[in-house]
Ligand binder design. Structure first.
Ligand SMILES: [Zn+2]
Length: 450
């Protein structure tokens, strides 16, 4: 993944400090260099760390709690009551569980979309620092406990007021933005349509301009978004967002399933980005975003795994395959969304969406050393005809062997060095059922567990 899209065989990468200083054939990279430390990557694929542009860290603890439900029911009956009962230790455990899964499946950078105050922003940011990942943490900004025109439906434990949210974004920004050698950034996480007044969206846009930071928000995930803006403002959702000043290169819209051509042309013209989450959209039966059409018209599209109850995993390798297959089936066109296109979405286009194109997303001299080694010595990854095809169509997250972020080895031989995996799994196994109890909910599998 470089500007020429070369696949280099018998290759090596030299890292000095946190950056890549040489890339090429092993003999070229080694000549005149005495590395202090070498990783033998024979039989492995070296690729840029994967970039997940839409993640809910606080939903890993909710995995499997609300399957086979539509979005509004899913939110109102399960996800909000559970998250509305979170305490900061639940937030931390969930974030760590999520990061473990991301690291183990080759994700090195993520954009967290909506951190409510009760999840414990400082604890989560400290966990990102410890885990060694590159993460953008978006603090929720909301003013109304609503989704679209469905007023007052949000669980009271989730409700926050606009002024406090705006103040907290600035506080967290001061405390954490640029910390951990620049690995942590703080953005605005605007709540979906119906969750903010037009005035509040304008304040978010102004705040992001003042702090030179980004904004992320769910948009056009469901058809109801368009019905809401039509009724309230006589506009399409993206037209409305443009009017409140929230369409620009520093904005990532999650989903965009129901965007019309008119809307994605506005996004393309102004450089706004889409985080495409095909598994979540198909599982919640929201639809399939018109990604090839958007890309053709110049929209920058990254890829996202969304959350534990919607996907239900945070595995970008699996997501790449689904992103490709969904479009082929939708358009009855096997030529559409080839493996190369989805690998770009999961790497360099994701980097561009996050404003980090100069730093990450490809293996090039001068960029941050965020690298993933995938073992190809597996029955499902031979013979070696086309490594890009193998990675997208045949590999799985658990084929990732080694993860390097910011020049530091975070995972070696499938063992995460920065987080205590068994402790986190034990905590999550205890905290998940406790959370259900506090929320007064039961998850009843259709088949009796005896
Ligand atoms: Zn989401």
């Amino acid at each position: 993944m470089d500007s020429r899209r070369r696949v280099i065989t018998d290759a090596a990468v030299l890292i000095e400090g946190s950056r890549i200083t040489k890339v090429g054939k092993l003999s070229e990279v080694k000549s005149g260099t005495q590395p202090e430390f070498e990783i033998d990557a024979k039989g492995m694929l070296i690729l840029p760390g994967l970039i997940d542009t839409h993640v809910h860290l606080a939903q890993a603890l909710l995995r499997g709690c609300a399957d086979d439900t539509s979005l509004i029911d899913w939110l109102q009956k399960y996800v909000w009551p559970l998250q509305g009962n979170f305490d900061s230790q639940d937030g931390k455990t969930s974030a760590e569980l999520c990061m473990l899964e991301m690291i183990k499946s080759g994700t090195t950078t993520f954009l967290e979309s909506l951190l409510h105050t009760r999840y414990g922003f400082d604890g989560i940011a400290a966990s990102v620092e410890t885990a060694g990942m590159r993460g953008i943490l978006s603090k929720t900004v909301m003013g109304l406990p609503s989704y679209g025109s469905a007023g007052g439906i949000m669980h009271p434990g989730m409700v926050e007021d606009g002024e406090t949210c705006l103040r907290e974004v600035e506080e967290y920004f001061k405390r954490w933005n640029g910390k951990a050698n620049g690995r942590i950034r703080v953005w605005y996480g605007a709540r979906s349509l119906g969750g903010c007044t037009p005035e509040l969206y304008k304040q978010i846009a102004a705040g992001a301009n003042r702090l030179h930071t980004g904004v992320t928000m769910h948009l056009n995930e469901v058809r109801e978004d368009g019905e809401y803006t039509k009724r309230e403002f006589n506009k399409l959702p993206a037209e409305f967002m443009d009017e409140v000043g929230l369409v620009g290169p520093n904005v990532v819209y999650a989903h965009g399933v129901w965007l019309t051509e008119k809307e994605w042309k506005i996004l393309a013209k102004k450089g706004a980005n889409i985080a495409h989450c095909p598994s979540s959209n198909m599982k919640l039966a929201s639809g399939i975003a018109k990604v090839p059409e958007m890309i053709k018209d110049g929209v920058n599209v990254g890829l996202g795994c969304d959350g534990g109850p919607s996907n239900n995993c945070y595995d970008m390798i699996r997501e790449m395959k689904i992103a490709s297959l969904a479009q082929k089936a939708r358009l009855l066109d096997p030529l559409i969304m080839d493996a190369e296109t989805v690998l770009e979405m999961a790497t360099i286009k994701g980097a561009r969406a996050l404003g980090l194109e100069e730093e990450i997303g490809s293996i090039e001299v001068g960029k941050k050393a965020d690298l993933v080694l995938v073992s190809l010595r597996k029955p499902h990854l031979v013979p070696p005809f086309n490594p890009v095809s193998h990675l997208v169509y045949a590999a799985q997250g658990s084929d990732v062997d080694t993860v390097i972020i910011d020049g530091r080895i975070i995972m070696e031989k499938q063992s995460v060095l920065t987080l205590d995996e068994s402790k986190i799994i034990q905590e999550a196994n205890e905290r998940g059922p406790n959370l259900l109890l506090r929320a007064g909910l039961q998850v009843k599998p259709k088949w009796e567990m005896v």
